[in-house]
Ligand binder design. Structure first.
Ligand code: FES
Length: 165
């Protein structure tokens, strides 16, 4: 791998991507896109167009191949977002158990509207079922699940995040 190919990918992600690529035969690197995008996002918090371009170079794919994956999956952020991503499920089970109130409470508490971000928090668009219906209402914070939410539980979750700083 030449340095120019790696230039725009965060360093730690780049090392792991290169290790991961050894598992794929030459010319069959497309399945590595999702893992590589995860690593880039983990290190950079969101995926810039320069990352898409660099990853396409690295995998010897067209830029559109990488961009299609990055833009298709809601787990990938293509714009700058806050440090912590919160996704409240508002599908049927969660809605019946009060997810709308939880979402409205979070909007007031964090002083941001759903689908927007502050420096600290990104309150992602309402989510479809996140497969934790038995724990409704639920939300995901930085990919961790929190279930059976109440306003008090939300307060504690946010307080814990604030205390981790
Ligand atoms: S409806 Fe919310 S997790 Fe399934």
């Amino acid at each position: 791998m030449k340095d120019k190919d790696l230039y725009n990918i965060p360093s730690e992600a780049c090392t792991k991507i290169n290790e991961w690529l050894l598992k794929f035969p030459d010319g069959e690197k497309k399945p590595a896109i999702i893992y590589a995008l995860h690593l880039i996002q983990k290190e950079n918090k969101y995926i810039k167009s320069k990352h898409v371009d660099a990853l396409a170079n690295l995998l010897n794919l067209k830029k559109i191949d990488v961009y299609e994956v990055a833009s298709f999956y809601s787990m990938f952020e293509l714009e700058k977002v806050g440090k912590h991503t919160i996704s409240v499920c508002t599908n049927v089970s969660c809605m019946l158990k009060g997810s709308d109130e939880i979402l409205a409470y979070l909007e007031r508490k964090l002083k941001i509207k759903v689908g927007t971000s502050s420096d600290e928090y990104f309150l992602k668009d309402e989510r479809e079922c996140l497969a934790a219906c038995c724990g409704a209402p639920m939300m995901q914070v930085d990919h961790r699940y929190y279930e059976n939410l109440t306003k008090e539980k939300v307060d504690k979750i946010i307080r814990d995040i604030e205390n981790e700083k």
